[in-house]
Each structure stands twice: as structure tokens, then as C-alpha cells.
Write a protein that binds this ligand. Structure first.
Ligand code: MEV
Length: 309
């Protein structure tokens, strides 16, 4: 019997580039997911029989990590699904944390590793970014080489990612949700096609990586003006790569007009959410709502996965 709580995430700079091993800068946010696992009469989730289509990540985690008595899983989430805020990574990470705790083999690295493997297998690709942020909290920088703050590394095929911790400053983040589902595997596939056949697109993913590395220094130095400029350039690139949408652009433009330092889509895009950094979060939140989005003001969560039994 175990209970786990895990934060959602936003990517400040680096989505899509990170799939090709480019650096990516993300932070955990104060919107959390909870998972409770207890012995059950049959395998079930929130009172319904466990089903591979409805409960894909949970079932995958149980199939991979559990070969004992039936389990009853209860979930609670403050993160809307397919919103670009890491809900599937958070549910996966919380489920894995509970199962490892019940098997007495919990460690942060094991949670991060197993959660990534599950996400990778379910989504047939992707990077360990989201599951690492959900596991460790605070700010995380993924890159293709080992740097200060190194925590762990993992390879998949020809890719190798090094995961680093960054001490995150106090910072308000405004999330603007479009209400349109963001389908990560589909978006990753779409961008991959572009990158495969176009040298220009490959160069753009490299530029995203440079911006993420420079943005990590800005975050450490609390230089939000400079970080915002990099986020804006990152957004232009994501738009060019085909990851943005008219609904996202509308909320991003409204945030910038309201004085945000930087605004961009977060996660896979195509819908889902955008984020803005600003020292006037309420003003930006109102601008997002007026432009038709749903705004949430959140801050960085220094706490990653927490588990109790
Ligand atoms: C999704 O939150 C971020 C992407 O870069 C995919 C991934 O890293 O797995 C689009």
C-alpha cells in the first residue's frame, strides 16, 4: 500500500529539440497528481476494471513492475490531461513510485528510469525530460553531455541524455490553456518528419538547444528579461517547426501585449498550453482569459516525487 504525489512540469525552452538530444530546460510546477495503490479484489482504477485503453500508463506500469496480488488504484489530478503540463508523465511517475515503494526498491533514479521506459514504450519515442522533472522537482536541464549538477544519465538507441539539477529561483509562471488536446506522439512524429528531411529544421533544433543552455544561466542568475527573450525566440522556432497553433499564438500574443517577458507554448504543442513569465502574473492571466484561454498562476515546485506507505 502506498501513496505518491508528483508535480506537473512546464518546459521553459527545449521541447522537440530534446528528442534529438538537444538541451532542454524545464521546471516542476505546483500543480500535482496523487496516486494511491492498495490491495484489491481485481485490478481496478478509480472504481472501474483496469483497462489498457483508458488507463494506458497505469496498466503498463503494473504489467512491467508488479506480479503479485490484484491492486486497486485511485488517482487525483490537478493537471488536465493532454494539456502539455506533464499529466501522463506525472501519473506514470506516481504509479511507478508507489509500486517501487511496495517492492521496497524505491530510489529517485529507479523511479525516473522506469517511468521514462514506460513513457517511451507507450508513446513509441520521446525523451526522459518530463519524467525526470516530475521525479526530481525544481529545475532540470537535460543535455547531451555531463555538466555541473549532474544527477543521472540514460541512453535509448543512438541518443544519450544527461540529466542535471538546477536550483530554481522563486518565480511565478502563468499557464494559459487552450482547451484543445495536445497529442504528444502525433506532434513528435510530425516534427520528426520535418527534421529527417530538412537540414534547416535540424539547425533549428540545434538553436533550441543553445537557447536552453543560455536560458539555464539566465534562470540561475534570475535574469528574467533575458530568459524571456530566449523563450520568445524558442517560440518562433517551434512555430516554424509546425508545433504551434492559432489558439496558442493568440494567448501568447495577448501575454506579450500585457507585458510578459516571454511567452511560448509548453510541451508538444498543437493545442495544450502556453506559459508566460512576468512579474505581473494577474495582469497577464486576465489578458489570457480575455483572449479565450483558461489561465492558472503557478510557481516552481522544489519538491519532486513524494511517497508514503
Ligand atoms: C513533451 O512534453 C516534450 C517533447 O519534447 C517530447 C519529449 O521530450 O518526449 C515534445
Amino acid at each position: 500500500m502506498a501513496v505518491a504525489s508528483v508535480p506537473g512540469k512546464v518546459i521553459l525552452i527545449g521541447e522537440h529539440g530534446v528528442v534529438y538530444g538537444q538541451p532542454c530546460l524545464s521546471v516542476a510546477i505546483d500543480l500535482r497528481v496523487g496516486v494511491d495503490i492498495e490491495r484489491g479484489k481485481e485490478f481496478s482504477v478509480n472504481g472501474r476494471a483496469m483497462d489498457g485503453r483508458r488507463h494506458t500508463y497505469i496498466k503498463y506500469a503494473i504489467d512491467k513492475l508488479w506480479d503479485d496480488y490484484p491492486l486497486h488504484v485511485t488517482t487525483f489530478s490537478k493537471i488536465p490531461s493532454a494539456s502539455g503540463l506533464g499529466s501522463s508523465a506525472a501519473i506514470t511517475t506516481a504509479t511507478v513510485a508507489c509500486l517501487l515503494e511496495m517492492k521496497k526498491s524505491f530510489s529517485l533514479e529507479e523511479v525516473a528510469k522506469k517511468s521514462f521506459e514506460i513513457e517511451y514504450e507507450v508513446q513509441k519515442g520521446g525523451s526522459p525530460n518530463d519524467t525526470s522533472v516530475c521525479t526530481y522537482g525544481s529545475a532540470i536541464l537535460l543535455s547531451g553531455e555531463k555538466m555541473d549538477g549532474f544527477i543521472w544519465e540514460i541512453s535509448k538507441g543512438e541518443r544519450r541524455w544527461f540529466v542535471h539539477h538546477i536550483d530554481a529561483p522563486e518565480m511565478k509562471i502563468v499557464v494559459g490553456m487552450t482547451g484543445i488536446k495536445s497529442k504528444t506522439p502525433m506532434l513528435v512524429k510530425k516534427v520528426k518528419k520535418f527534421v529527417k528531411y530538412s537540414g534547416f529544421a535540424r539547425e533549428l533544433t540545434e538553436r533550441i538547444g543553445t537557447l536552453a543552455l543560455e536560458g539555464a544561466d539566465d534562470l540561475k542568475n534570475k535574469d528574467f528579461v533575458s530568459l524571456g527573450e530566449k523563450m520568445n525566440e524558442g517560440q518562433n522556432i517551434l512555430h516554424t517547426l509546425g508545433a504551434s497553433s492559432p489558439e496558442l499564438e493568440k494567448l501568447i500574443n495577448a501575454s506579450l501585449r500585457a507585458g510578459a517577458y516571454g511567452a511560448k507554448l509548453t510541451g508538444a504543442g498543437g493545442g495544450g498550453s502556453m506559459i508566460a513569465i512576468t512579474d505581473e502574473p494577474e495582469k497577464v492571466a486576465i489578458a489570457i482569459e480575455k483572449a479565450g484561454g483558461k489561465a492558472i498562476v503557478t510557481s516552481i515546485s522544489n519538491e519532486g516525487v513524494k511517497v508514503w506507505n
